[in-house]
Design a protein around this ligand. Structure first.
Ligand SMILES: Nc1ncnc2c1ncn2[C@@H]1O[C@H](COP(=O)(O)OP(=O)(O)OP(=O)(O)O)[C@@H](O)[C@H]1O
Ligand SMILES: O=C(CO)[C@H](O)[C@H](O)COP(=O)(O)O
Length: 397
């Protein structure tokens, strides 16, 4: 195909350039990666649709997939890999959402990283220019051919076509690392799993399900730690919501890591997002709900709510320590939380019961992930409603 226009080259970078061949209703845009001469094809379908972009950051094995399953369920419909595509695709598509995994922007494959002595967490192993260009394209209603990092083979596979969805979730190690990508996000979440809990989850998954030894799990966590501290953890300062997962304070010197203290840290002043609160907005509350309406076995459940500051930002924090014995009784807790953005009384409880088999359903991880999912639905609906009224208001002016 003849390339008729080359544009935005200055806005792009030295490793990529963009070309287009416009026609009346559709045009094709190609992203080239200069160093490999690989072409990432982009088909512009229509600019009318507005894609809302959500970023979810966390280290590997910290519950991103579980959170994504809860989030896509709030929007209805099952999320599945692209039909007829690469069986090792990392993408999940449902009617409303497309979740892409940022591992697909690894610029170095497994061998390449080994040769260069860098981890996947190191920015040098990732192509942020391409990530930016493609997220930007999707956000403006343009389909892209996104690379695939194959976790089975450790290789970069042929790209897959991603159409602009209503809601695009970019999940992975670095959604808020690059300022340009960060600026494209309509809402961002960081899953902050403390080292003790991360270790317990890794053991559970990698030992029980993947046959790794305790020593190799410890070694892998240790090897990743310096890059995690340098490149992943600092992103939490930019997040609109942080779900922090810590060991319980209800059991003195607990080292089992089964009972968790989970904190939902919500930034104040984010457009279309009003933080959840307990009893009375802006107050400081400590609440033990166990009793006649909530069955609790040892060590019980404790909620806290308070205004606070987090990386110099004003935030509201709701905290839950402990775990539920009976999920159907969660309605009692739900009725004391406000600003949940539910569509009917009991929707949080209904969602939790629907996914009772997901990890974390009996504690604050599942509860807060579900609540953030509902807040994102609300944010999406407000954003879209606002966009559709904007042109007529402009016309009136
Ligand atoms: N809330 C939770 N409570 C207890 N365990 C959990 C929770 N969330 C996740 N886990 C454990 O961590 C493992 C990894 O979870 P998940 O696959 O959702 O994480 P991930 O961030 O998507 O991982 P990866 O990036 O490696 O694919 C699960 O198999 C489970 O054992
Ligand atoms: O941190 C990770 C994010 O999922 C992975 O370790 C990274 O993507 C490399 O994958 P693999 O270990 O399969 O080569």
């Amino acid at each position: 195909m003849a390339v008729s226009t080359i544009y935005s080259t200055q806005a792009l970078n030295s490793t990529h350039f963009l070309t287009s061949s416009p026609s009346s209703s559709t045009k094709q845009v190609f992203f080239y990666r200069r160093n490999t001469n690989r072409r990432f094809n982009t088909i512009i379908t229509c600019a009318a649709q507005q894609t809302v972009v959500i970023g979810l950051a966390a280290d590997s094995g910290c519950g991103k997939s579980t959170f994504m399953r809860r989030l896509t369920s709030v929007f209805g419909g099952a999320a599945e890999p692209p039909k007829g595509g690469n069986p090792d695709s990392n993408t999940l598509i449902s009617d409303m959402t497309t979740v892409i995994c940022l591992d697909d922007y690894h610029s170095l494959d497994r061998t390449g990283r080994k040769e260069k002595g860098v981890t996947a967490l190191d920015p040098r192993a990732n192509d942020f220019d391409l990530m930016y260009e493609q997220v930007k394209a999707l956000k403006s209603g343009i389909a892209v051919e996104k690379p695939i990092y194959n976790h089975v083979t450790g290789l970069l596979d042929a790209p897959e076509l991603i159409q602009p969805p209503k809601i695009l979730v970019i999940e992975g190690l670095h959604p808020m690392f690059d300022e340009r990508v960060r600026d494209l996000l309509d809402f961002s979440i960081y899953l902050d799993i403390s080292n003790e809990v991360k270790f317990a989850w890794k053991i559970q998954r990698d030992m029980a399900e993947r046959g790794h030894s305790l020593e190799s799990i410890k070694a892998s966590i240790e090897a990743r730690k310096p890059d995690f501290d340098a490149f992943i953890d600092p992103q939490k300062q930019y997040a609109d919501a942080v779900i922090e997962v810590l060991p319980t304070q209800l059991i003195p010197d607990d080292n089992e890591g089964k009972v968790l203290r989970v904190r939902l840290i919500m930034k104040e002043g984010v457009k279309y997002f009003s933080p959840v609160y307990l009893f009375d907005e802006g107050s400081t509350i400590s609440w033990i709900p166990c009793g006649r309406k909530l069955t609790c076995s040892y060590p019980g459940i404790k909620f806290n709510y308070q205004p606070d500051s987090y990386f110099d930002n004003e935030v509201s924090v709701v905290e839950m320590d402990g775990q539920f014995d009976r999920l159907d009784e969660l309605i009692y807790v739900e009725s004391h939380l406000s600003n949940l953005s539910t569509k009917f009384y009991g929707e949080v409880t209904q969602q939790m019961l629907k996914h009772a088999d997901f990890p974390g359903s009996n504690n604050g991880t599942g509860l807060f992930q579900t609540i953030v999912g509902l807040k994102i639905r609300d944010l999406y609906e407000q954003l879209i409603a606002n966009k559709s009224t904007a042109p007529s208001e402009a016309a009136k002016a």
